[in-house]
Write a protein that binds this ligand. Structure first.
Ligand code: FES
Length: 295
């Protein structure tokens, strides 16, 4: 069965609004609107630098929770939006900052009450990816990278669109339970030759609306997580960088039948060393992001 999009879909009204919940999105814009938008000014910098690069340092973020195996922190969420029916990752506005005598640019903004920055993704070598250069001109659409049978109807590089997920409430592939949601693998900000790929797992699940509203089993979900999800998801879509925080393999949701042996048939499973992440349990974490090369 296909679920119609909630009426009045948009940045402010895409989910039923729990009473009394604050909504704000400040300083963050869609990729198409970012051209030429640069804020130059001083603001407190929590980014350490070293001779090898700039813009690393301790950062808090929200990701899908690691629940088993050697991975010791969540995989970071990629806030997304819908643009003319296509999925696009949000990218923060860019500021120029000076610290320790170095001046550098950083994409960083408030989103849903949380500081969202490119630093969320600076690990496992992604810090050298052109897609993590702060300036926003790169293509922000989530583009199909075939990982599931259903994605064979698309060409690699096609934009993922809402219509591709219309059966998300019933979808299944004989791994685990059907009807939990429909996944895809995509690339983000990775268009162009010889560009290091940023791989993203996309997931459309009815659980997103419940998490945002704090319904049912999500009644205890922290308010700050719900507020962030409200700003970082759209039409039941959620996404995260698909790079294991253990030793950097690409995990998958229902991509490996063997995941059942590790009670991960309905979870995100990394078969390199059997780490398991729960896509239905977003949580906050802190880590030391790696500096980007000095350009
Ligand atoms: S569990 Fe080791 S790389 Fe994922």
């Amino acid at each position: 069965m296909t679920q119609e999009a909630p009426p009045n879909h948009g940045q402010r009204d895409k989910y039923p609004a729990p009473s009394g919940r604050r909504r704000f999105v400040k300083g963050l814009v869609g990729a198409s609107a970012l051209s030429g938008v640069t804020t130059v000014g001083g603001f407190a910098v929590d980014a350490a630098t070293d001779q090898g690069g700039v813009g690393g340092g301790t950062v808090s973020y929200i990701g899908i929770q690691n629940i088993a195996g050697p991975a010791n922190r969540p995989m970071p969420l990629v806030p997304l939006e819908i643009s003319d029916g296509a999925l696009r990752g949000k990218w923060p506005s860019v500021s120029e900052v000076t610290t320790g005598g170095d001046t550098f640019r950083i994409a960083k903004a408030e989103l849903g009450g949380v500081t969202y920055s490119q630093q969320w993704f600076q690990y496992c070598g992604l810090e050298v990816a052109a897609g993590l250069e702060p300036d926003p001109e790169r293509d922000g659409f989530l583009r199909s990278k075939a990982a599931y049978d259903w994605q064979s109807q698309l060409n690699d590089g096609d934009k993922l669109r809402v219509e591709h997920f219309e059966d998300y409430e019933s979808w299944g592939n004989d791994i685990g339970s059907d009807g939990l949601g429909k996944p895809a693998v995509a690339t983000w900000r990775s268009q162009g030759e010889d560009v290091k790929e940023i791989q993203v797992q996309v997931f459309r699940t009815p659980a997103v609306s419940k998490m945002v509203a704090g319904d049912d089993e999500y009644a205890d979900l922290a308010g700050e997580i719900r507020e962030f999800l409200d700003a970082a998801t759209a039409k039941d879509f959620i996404a995260w960088v698909n790079r294991c925080t253990h030793l950097c393999c690409n995990p998958g949701y229902k991509t490996m039948p063997g995941s059942a042996k590790f009670e991960a048939a309905d979870k995100v499973y990394c078969n390199c060393h059997q780490s398991v992440y729960d896509p239905f349990s977003p949580t906050t974490a802190t880590f030391a992001s790696r500096p980007r090369p000095q350009g």
